[in-house]
Design a protein around this ligand. Structure first.
Ligand SMILES: [Zn+2]
Ligand SMILES: [Zn+2]
Length: 142
């Protein structure tokens, strides 16, 4: 990602100059409005125990966007214990990271299988790979 280049807004597709924000100014304002709605809703005492589904239904803000607010720390799970968001693997509600414990375990298993495979590669192959990444890295830095 480079600053000050023309890019399509990932939210609405409009061409805009990518700066500090990764969405266009119009979407940025909309997101702020959506955040206001969520935070106003959650500020009410009777909504303290609301879950993400209820907040989404009450405010019209997508679960995906609310998930972002939680991940960014704008909506505090400490204050709203039921505000879990869906695991990217299976949709189970979680409160940290991207995956639930089960999916994280599954992913780890895949990674260790992958490592096993890599270990089986000949030392020569590994050496060549390392050289390649090293070169690619120094080229990028220059
Ligand atoms: Zn946009
Ligand atoms: Zn999961």
């Amino acid at each position: 990602m480079s600053l000050g280049t023309l890019d399509n807004c990932p939210r609405c597709g409009t061409l805009f100059v990518r700066g500090v924000r990764d969405v266009c100014p119009k979407c940025y304002q909309e997101i702020e409005r959506e955040y206001e709605k969520c935070s106003q809703y959650l500020r009410k005492r009777e909504n303290r125990g609301a879950n993400i589904q209820q907040v989404s239904e009450a405010t019209g803000v997508s679960i995906k966007q609310i998930t972002k607010f939680i991940k960014e720390g704008r909506i505090s799970i400490a204050n709203h214990p039921n505000m879990g968001y869906p695991c990217e693997g299976c949709g189970l509600l979680i409160t940290t990271g991207h995956l639930c414990d089960l999916c994280a375990k599954e992913l780890n298993r895949e990674i260790s299988l992958d490592n096993e495979l890599k270990e089986r590669l000949s030392a020569e192959e590994q050496r060549r790979r390392a050289e390649k990444t090293y070169r690619a890295r120094t080229e990028k830095e220059n």
